[in-house]
Design a protein around this ligand. Structure first.
Ligand code: PGA
Length: 252
């Protein structure tokens, strides 16, 4: 099945309002007219409105990096799915930094996924094993659990708005990407079969599985040339227009 690749930039806690505007001004012309890749940028919450202004009329999509599962209420410092409506089309959920540093669990990831779909947002759900889990040979077990638990009660219809990002924790921000074959194996042998099992063969095959973890303009082409790597979730290399655009080109 042909899947249109996606390259999404996860800016993490980087870029002020002015820097957001500047970076988008640089990115826009570099990716203009590219229709065979879905390009997404995910600035911090405070940059979303600026991004929306700046990207008016461009084909670059906007994502948030997190959200809360409740609609509103006494949750100081949190942002709900309803508040993202109209600002962001996508939301990253369950990034390993959220899991490791902010106590997110498969259960809260699932609540967030359901709330996001309930508000018509598209979801980029992150999964991936730690170094210890990897060395203990538990990659398949951990990733399977994260995918199944994170997607509990998601309907086939909602799954049309789902993208999975496989991001081995040991590869994030380390400069040490997974090997293309190693990542492809996890996509093909671990994640894709679960998506088929949960949603049926055709809907399961239509879901993009991105790779993330030290993707850069040098290794992107080889990673993306694998049969089951449908693009990337890019951290560090998405903060410079030239490298981000080169990664988008590599996905074509
Ligand atoms: P990195 O981050 O590209 O800087 O390794 C990827 C991510 O955390 O999404």
């Amino acid at each position: 099945m042909h899947r249109k690749p996606m390259v999404a930039g996860n800016w993490k806690m980087n870029k002020s309002i002015n820097e957001t505007r500047d970076l988008l001004k640089e990115i826009k012309p570099l990716v203009e007219g590219i229709e065979d890749v879905t390009v997404v940028v995910c600035p911090p919450f405070v940059g979303l409105a600026i991004a929306k202004q700046e990207l008016e009329g461009s084909q670059v999509h906007i994502g948030a990096q997190n959200m809360h599962w409740e609609n509103s209420g006494a949750y100081t410092g949190e942002v709900s799915a309803g508040m993202l409506e109209g600002l962001a089309e996508y939301v990253i959920i369950g990034h390993s930094e959220r899991r490791a540093l902010f106590g997110e669990t498969d259960e809260t990831v699932n609540k967030k996924v359901l709330a996001a779909f309930g508000h018509g947002l598209k979801v980029i759900m992150c999964v991936g094993e730690t170094l210890d889990e990897n060395q203990a040979g538990k990659t398949a077990e951990v990733v399977s659990r994260q995918v199944k638990e994170g997607l509990k009660s998601v309907s086939v219809d909602q799954a049309r708005g789902l993208t999975i990002a496989y991001e081995p924790v040991w590869a994030i921000g380390t400069g040490l990407a997974a090997t293309p074959e190693g990542a492809n194996d996890v996509h093909k042998k671990v994640i894709r079969p679960i998506l088929r099992e949960l949603f049926g063969r055709e809907p399961g095959d239509a879901i993009l599985i991105l790779y993330g973890g030290s993707v850069n303009d040098k290794n992107a082409r080889e990673l993306f040339s694998q049969s089951d790597i449908d693009g990337g979730l890019i951290g560090g290399a998405s903060l410079k227009a030239a490298s981000f655009a080169a990664i988008v080109q590599a996905a074509r």
